[in-house]
Design a binder for this molecule. Sequence first.
Ligand code: CP3
Length: 354
Amino acid sequence: MTAPTNDRFLRALRRQPVDVTPVWMMRQAGRYLPEYRASRTKAGSFMDLCMNPDLACEVTLQPLERYPLDAAILFSDILTIPDAMGLGLHFETGEGPRFRKVVREASDVAALPVPKVESDLSYVMQAVKTIRRELNGRVPLIGFSGSPYTLATYMVEGGSSKDFRQIKRMLYSTPDVLHALLEKLALSVADYLNAQIQAGAQAVQIFDTWGGSLTPSGYQEFSLSYMKKVIAGLQPDLEGQKVPLIVFTKNGGQWLESMANTGADALGLDWTTDIGQARKRVGDRVALQGNMDPSVLYASPEAIRKEVGRILESYGPGNGHIFNLGHGITPQVDPKNAGVFIEAVHELSEKYHQ
Ligand code: CP3
């Protein structure tokens, strides 16, 4: 493979030396950018934006035009899989995702197809190819999927939820139904990530946004074990290189040791875990990605630089750190502050890589 001109991100994932700590932001293409809002208006809706490869490419590249980011992330959504399973995804303005059909009974699960990703989700693979062509080797492109458990929460609840009443009821009263659903999702997620890799994704991330809402044993049984199935089903080779995998369980800080044993190359951390302590716990098994509280971006440039400096110092010298926020950047952030953040990472990290 012709290595990207800027390959810091891939080098850090492989725990190889870098000149400065690479940085990207979850949700870096999003509503905090006025140019994103303009593209979404042009597309008509959020899903129209996802389904149009040229517009998806346009918004993927927008944050890279503004900031010296070290990676691009495919513009899409984790809910494309349940949509391809026929649940009818739509977004009400200001309300988040909604499904026309929900999954509650054994018969609902039995009726769900495993999507044929190459045809049912061809718009995603087309976006990956278009973005790779337009990036032209500038920085690596990250593909992604939701974890089986996280996807299941949306499918069973019918949308976002605060208390996960429906899926927890299913988990405790009819666990076999949930296992059958997770089994289908694990197959779908593995197919989906493999197709993104074949289309050109140079790293992939599994977003386990809601695994951290489970009990410790529930996490092992309903989230981690299905991420392991996904990982076992991956064929992570592209252009002669192994495609690194990042696993991000939000609120998963107490389970890092078991996450590090899944075969992931890197773990994503939210801000509730100290990254220096996390590094001691996982040793040299995995790289770490994270983990500034996204709310720091509401503060002053001085406060942002201070917090970046504190996290870099906590991680300490050496390889294997990819800087990121502990969760997605929020729509209310001033784009100038994102710039302050990214520049601070590059500038303040140099001394840790000598
Ligand atoms: O990071 C990026 O720039 C790539 C694009 C990306 C989006 N969603 C675009 C998006 C990625 C990686 C996701 C992942 C995603 N989607 C997750 C996992 C990460 C996380 O945030 O925990 C989840 C849980 C979803 C599901 C989802 N999509 C929700 C709950 C919402 C509504 C809430 C919100 O933030 O508005 C979305 C919509 C969504 N996905 C938007 C974007 C830019 C906003 C939609 C809009 O433009 O109106």
